[in-house]
Design a protein around this ligand. Structure first.
Ligand code: AMP
Ligand code: MG
Length: 433
């Protein structure tokens, strides 16, 4: 999809800077770093109405042209007064000289000994810097109100002009993936539309003669293709335009045609299957013939094999991620390699996903010298403290272990067996909004 650009670094340039590079024994962090350095963000930008910009990546800094709020205003329903009239340890009686509602303003100035009835959000009248909430007053009549001693200090319950956002400050930075509250923030600045990066186009297909698509009969020895459906879901959540190219069998001509057409249509191509060690099919061969590809064995489980690089066809090129075929490995490899890469390609500099440290409810077997991503259920224990336990059998073909999980337990490279009650790092699947 992207036009080939001579300015892009080659993968060989990048790996030549890494000491001890060994494609047959990569660590997770090494692979992540190479992918990060190789990916160059797309540059196409479009303007969108802010409601349509949810989950899109901002293409430029948003600078506030106004102070928000535009004026000092009341945080409570009550009475606005001069802070100097509040005398410590003494009750005060003030004359009520008017009222001001949100959206209006009080014309006169408030003198010492006076106050104005005020509603939440209404601008502070001239001379006032303090609001006493209505419920803290006594004997409020039409003309006079009493402030009991010690209920309010000067400056209380006043929101300051510009305290939310000061004029000329950066309200949202370029590269931000817009969340609902960001859309609200844009509206609070009076901004109706914003420049965002165009959506990524991501093509994907499954490889393997044994795969059948839903709706087809399951022939002997065959399995239903689940990876395309999982990938479809993950890519959709990430905000990509998806191009589902179906199942491609182990046939060189069909594979080459699929890779070429994916590369011509999309910014990134994701395949599953055919990249394992000892795999006899043509997938790796065709990938390598179309561009610069690395075939890695990563010290991790699941997801040991990973193909990564860039392929080209008819003047177009695309990043290519060749994921293993096992369904759990697809989800893990996508989550810990492809996700960040696609965010970076989309113009959003990805931040590390939050890790929580929680105690494991039961022992976990773990080999040193590889990162393991086990599927966990995070839940409150009997004492109310949140603990994590495995979802059950952790085989990389057992998709149910992923479906039952609400988090991934990330067991570090150097770590060995984990005893019950030890802290482990987890990444939770679902967020608040
Ligand atoms: P491979 O990486 O091609 O050797 O595949 C490893 C295992 O994953 C094999 O058991 C495949 O049948 C299975 N597999 C490969 N692709 C898919 C898919 N798209 N959906 C479900 N299982 C798959
Ligand atoms: Mg296969």
């Amino acid at each position: 999809m992207t036009q080939t650009s001579p300015a892009l670094p080659s993968l060989n340039d990048i790996i030549s800077c890494i000491s001890g590079y060994d494609p047959g024994a990569m660590t997770v962090t090494q692979a992540q770093a190479i992918i990060h350095d190789f990916i160059r963000p797309i540059e196409a930008v479009e303007k969108l109405a802010i409601r349509s910009a949810l989950s899109r990546v901002l293409a430029q800094d948003i600078v506030s042209r106004i102070d928000v709020p535009a004026h000092d205003n009341s945080a409570m329903d009550g009475y606005a007064l001069r802070g100097e009239d509040v005398t410590a340890g003494q009750e005060v009686r003030l004359q009520i000289v008017g009222a001001v509602h949100a959206g209006a303003s009080f014309a006169g100035e408030v003198l010492s000994g006076q106050c104005v009835r005020i509603m939440t959000g209404a601008p502070m009248p001239a001379g006032c810097d303090t609001v006493i909430p209505q419920e803290l007053t006594v004997d409020a009549g039409e003309h006079v109100v009493t402030l009991p001693a010690g209920r309010v200090r000067p400056g209380d319950n006043r929101r300051l002009r510009g305290e939310d956002l000061a004029k000329d400050s950066v309200a949202l930075p370029r590269g931000r993936r817009l969340r609902p509250s960001d859309i609200g923030l844009l509206a609070s600045l009076g901004i109706p539309e914003v420049a965002v990066q165009r959506r990524l186009r991501v093509a994907f297909f499954s490889t393997g003669d044994e795969l059948r698509s839903v709706g087809e009969p399951l022939d002997p020895g065959c399995v239903y293709d689940s990876n395309r459906y999982t990938l479809h879901g993950m890519l959709t959540r990430l905000g990509c335009d998806v191009i589902d190219m179906g199942v491609v069998g182990d046939d060189p001509a069909a594979l080459e045609a699929a890779f070429r057409s994916a590369c011509e249509e999309a910014d990134a191509v994701i395949t599953s299957g055919g990249v394992s060690v000892g795999t006899a099919d043509y997938t790796k061969q065709i990938m390598a013939s179309l561009g610069e590809m690395m075939f890695w064995k990563i010290a991790m489980r699941p997801g040991r094999p990973l193909a990564f690089g860039r392929i080209a066809s008819r003047g177009r090129d695309a990043y290519l991620f060749g994921l293993p075929g096992n369904p759990v490995a697809v989800t893990v490899s996508f989550s810990f390699f492809v996700r960040d890469a696609l965010l970076r390609l989309a113009g959003a500099e990805p931040k590390p996903l939050p890790r929580l440290r929680v105690k494991t409810a039961a022992p976990i077997r773990k080999k040193t010298g590889r990162t393991e991503y086990q599927r966990g259920i995070l839940a409150p224990g009997e004492d109310g403290a949140w603990t994590v336990r495995l979802t059950g059998t952790q085989g990389s073909g057992i998709l149910r272990s992923m479906s039952d999980a609400n988090c991934i337990i990330e067991l570090e490279h150097e770590r060995g067996d984990v005893a019950a009650g030890e802290d482990v790092s987890i990444v939770v699947f679902d967020g608040l909004i």
